[in-house]
Design a protein around this ligand. Structure first.
Ligand code: FEO
Length: 171
């Protein structure tokens, strides 16, 4: 069972995950507006990932007999600058999410809620992957520099991103 404090903190995390989804949807729209359809595809896959992250917590709260309380999702920015600036913002956002997951783990431990601390381990590992993905793309964008052909090749590569593996079982 979840205590009130833990339930509130998990509900706040649902909001952060759904905001992440909204933020990446906006980045996808922006990518399309600057002619990078592969980037748009990459962000659309990321939108699904983030929805799954939110839904896993939604399911967990319900399974623990808690109450999901959805809050307003704030409006994301519309403009994101150059592709590398956009991915730096993506990485910064993921680092913020990593910190929020770590805070949740700390809270679960201080509340002696082993079940939730164990549930959150999936997120701890997922965040390593999330940050790694962004860093890899930033590195490729650094190498591409001002070279339009290299940017176009990266756009084609990002167009091949596969949908999340656990999409069906989580939603
Ligand atoms: Fe759900 Fe990208 O962290």
């Amino acid at each position: 069972m979840l205590n009130e404090k833990m339930e509130k903190a998990l509900n706040e995390q649902i909001n952060r995950e759904l905001y992440s989804s909204y933020l990446y949807l906006s980045m996808g729209a922006y990518s399309s507006s600057i002619g990078l359809s592969g980037f748009t595809h990459w962000f659309k896959v990321q939108v699904k990932e983030e929805t799954i992250h939110g839904m896993k917590i939604f399911d967990y709260i319900n399974r623990q007999g808690g109450r999901v309380r959805l809050k307003e999702i704030k409006e994301p920015p519309v403009e994101f600058g150059t592709p590398i600036e956009m991915f730096r913002k993506t990485l910064q956002h993921e680092q913020f999410i990593t910190r929020s997951i770590n805070d949740l783990v700390d809270l679960a431990r201080s509340e002696k809620d082993e079940t939730t601390a164990s549930f959150l381990q999936w997120y701890v590992e997922e965040q390593v992957e999330e940050e790694e993905n962004d860093k890899e793309i930033i590195d490729k964008l650094k190498i591409a520099g001002e070279n339009k052909e290299a940017l176009s090749a990266l756009d084609a590569e990002l167009a091949k991103r596969l949908p999340p593996k656990d999409e069906e079982e989580s939603i």
